[in-house]
Design a protein around this ligand. Structure first.
Ligand SMILES: *[C@@H]1O[C@H](CO)[C@@H](O)[C@H](O)[C@H]1NC(C)=O
Length: 318
């Protein structure tokens, strides 16, 4: 009797896990594993000192977490967010203004908010990767600037409304991956059941400029999933004429005063990869910041999972 119960229990566990696996997009799962392998699997060759014997290869998995799980917030650790991008405009005199964030999602593409292309500072024509603290070269970082070849905004983005607020920027050359620079994985799920997210950025929101200056150091903060609570807070206005849309946007906030902003517009909100501690998923794009440092006033983020097919299509273009 007992054995039979266990048998059915096992069967249902198997069925459940098969279901969980099948709703993940196999392309995304594979690509994510490839990125992880490319940076963190180290293969070394041994040769037995026997003549004519084939060499033996041993692969070591160096994928570990670079920082303890985030509680609250603070400055990011070196190599903790190797997909973090900062977007700016460089003028003819070589002077650069940085005004948006982004996420590296392939060796050539950066995901950001479409409204970043409407900034007063100018067009996005430069992307910095591998950076930790701006204005210093003594930090443990590997900063490199990339020029922008072109960008594609989501076809349904209709500025100043902030629905479908996402864009893919194409760099003029490919990024060589290392521990300081490599992509985040695309989402395996829509994020509705994730209790919390990690937001990162250099601390400047376009809509609500931070008191004082932006921070020079990349900041991280743990924020909570507010579910549908944005429908209460989102008043109708020209940015959100139909209010919060829970299908295409994520509502994220914090009940405490956090000492960092939600992050740059265009930057990511992330979840940890379930099995690779060195990898993150970009679940959302910072889109509409209502308040900075105001408890219980959530902000809205583009729900990346809703746009997976469009993103895949753009990444496949040559
Ligand atoms: C939310 O956005 C989706 C996709 O654009 C749309 O089909 C849906 O009607 C929207 N829902 C509301 C309540 O506006």
């Amino acid at each position: 009797m007992k054995a039979e119960m266990y048998f059915w229990l096992e069967v249902s566990v198997v069925v459940l896990s098969v279901q969980l696996v099948t709703c993940q997009d196999p392309d995304l799962v594979r690509t994510c594993a490839e990125y992880k392998t490319e940076v963190w699997d180290e293969t070394s060759e041994f040769s037995l000192l026997i003549e004519g014997s084939a060499p033996i290869y041993k692969t070591e998995d160096k994928c570990t977490s670079y920082a303890p799980l985030i509680i609250g917030g603070g400055p990011a650790s070196p190599k903790e967010f190797p997909h973090a991008a900062r977007l700016g405009h460089r003028d003819e005199d070589g002077k650069t203004i940085w005004f948006c964030g982004g996420t590296l999602i392939s060796n050539r593409h950066v995901l950001t908010a479409a409204h970043c292309h409407f900034a007063d500072e100018g067009s996005v024509n430069i992307v910095r990767l591998g950076e930790l603290e701006f204005g210093t070269d003594t930090d443990d970082a590997d900063p490199e600037d990339f020029s922008v070849k072109d960008h594609t905004m989501h076809p349904d983005f209709d500025y100043p409304a902030l629905y479908n607020d996402l864009s893919i920027i194409r760099l003029t050359r490919t990024v060589s991956f290392n521990e300081y620079k490599h992509p985040a994985c695309l989402p395996f799920s829509d994020g509705k059941s994730d209790p919390s997210f990690v937001a990162i950025g250099w601390g400047q929101l376009e809509f609500v400029p931070r008191r004082g200056a932006e921070t020079k150091k990349l900041q991280k903060v743990k924020l909570s999933n507010y579910g549908t609570r944005c429908s209460i807070t989102a008043e109708k206005n020209e940015q959100l004429p139909n209010g919060y849309n829970a299908t295409t946007q994520i509502c994220i906030g914090s009940s405490e005063h956090k000492d960092t902003c939600n992050g740059d517009s265009g930057g990511p909100v992330l979840t940890y990869h379930k099995t690779f501690p060195c990898m993150y998923h970009v679940m959302g794009i910072t889109s509409f910041g209502v308040g900075c440092d105001t408890p219980d006033v959530p902000a809205m983020y583009t729900r990346v999972h809703f746009y997976i097919n469009w993103i895949k299509q753009e990444l496949a273009k040559t």
